[in-house]
Design a protein around this ligand. Structure first.
Ligand SMILES: [Zn+2]
Length: 331
């Protein structure tokens, strides 16, 4: 089987692997050339997303997005709240500094809280999402910041319009990621950049062939090499976000050899579309004393001397579960 990203020969690493919904199975392939995993069949359907969003408060993996929406709405500095909570939003915050007064677009704005958080900090941003339900709910919660559209149509009316396009946790869901990225590329002003986050395959220390949301929700698992390949296809340079500062301030258990790395991911929906083990997410509820102690311990564990001894070799200080990169057109 040819790699669906780079076309090199790929290897079948799991046949009939369980999917997001019970009863659905997928074959998982890995390409050594671009260090990317992908699934077949690419059975793209919106039904599963409807089941997820209808139950978002209780679906493991998505329940935290529901929680973020609630907290962002109540927060005076929603971006700081998000950046403290999760590495991908921290990366967004790091990248944003250079884009004050510039034109920003968030693609796949979903619940809407990230677009809102950036807007709240005084940036000029709009969100676009393919789901009418998501856009309606985001508008009701956060105001008129969103538009419902398919990027493959949307780009035609927004050529060379944006200085920054943000794409968090979207690319791994797409049937044709490079074609999608080409649409984003065409919406960039001269000097504009695309910022992407996606789960990082290269940090996993486990033998499990798939460690993020199961297919057909996620269809890809990318690495630094995948990012470089995508950049090359788009005639862009790629720069990876360095997570050292985030890791020095946040205790990430799976980074350290003394704890387990993230384990096996089970199906989240039964064959009828109901949530298996429904549970709300309420954040990491630790008190201020424990939080301070954790911060101090993390600072010590991540010193230049100790970190290489304590951290898994797959998780050096500059890496995170999130792969985050900036693409900038050449010339
Ligand atoms: Zn490949």
């Amino acid at each position: 089987m040819q790699c669906r990203l780079c076309g090199a020969p790929s290897t079948l690493i799991a046949k009939d692997h369980h999917g997001y919904q019970e009863g659905n199975t997928f074959d998982i392939y890995e390409c050594k050339q671009c260090n990317t995993s992908f699934v077949l069949p690419v059975d793209f359907t919106t039904e599963i997303y409807q089941a997820i969003y209808k139950n978002a408060e209780f679906v493991p993996g998505y329940n935290r997005y529901y929680y973020y929406r609630k907290q962002a709405k109540a927060s005076k500095d929603a971006l700081k709240f998000l950046a403290d909570a999760e590495s991908m939003y921290w990366a967004v915050q790091e990248v944003l500094h250079n884009f004050k007064g510039k034109n920003i677009l968030e693609v796949g704005s979903g619940f809407g809280y990230l677009t809102y958080a950036i807007h709240q900090k005084g940036y000029h941003i709009r969100g676009v999402d393919i789901s009418a339900t998501a856009v309606e709910e985001a508008t009701n919660t956060f105001g008129e910041l969103y538009e419902c559209a398919d990027v493959f149509d949307f780009y035609k009316n927004h050529l060379e319009e944006y200085d920054l396009i943000i794409l968090t946790e979207v690319i791994e869901h797409l049937e044709h990621p490079v074609a999608f990225m080409e649409c984003l590329y065409k919406m960039l002003k001269k000097g504009g950049k695309i910022f992407v986050t996606t789960p990082n395959k290269s940090v996993s220390s486990l033998k499990d062939p798939w460690m993020s949301d199961l297919p057909p929700v996620h269809l890809w698992w990318f690495s630094e090499e995948s990012a470089a390949y995508i950049a090359k296809q788009l005639n862009c340079t790629v720069s990876l976000v360095d997570f050292t500062k985030f890791n020095r301030n946040n205790f990430i258990k799976p980074r350290y050899k003394i704890f387990n790395d993230y384990g096996h991911i089970p199906p989240r929906l039964d064959s009828a579309g109901a949530v298996i083990n429904p549970a709300p997410w309420n954040g990491d509820q630790i008190g201020p004393v424990k939080a301070l102690a954790q911060k101090i311990v993390t600072r010590i564990m991540t010193t230049r001397l100790l970190d290489p001894l304590l951290a898994r070799p797959t998780r050096p200080i500059e890496k995170s579960d999130t792969l985050a990169f900036l693409l900038e057109p050449i010339g």
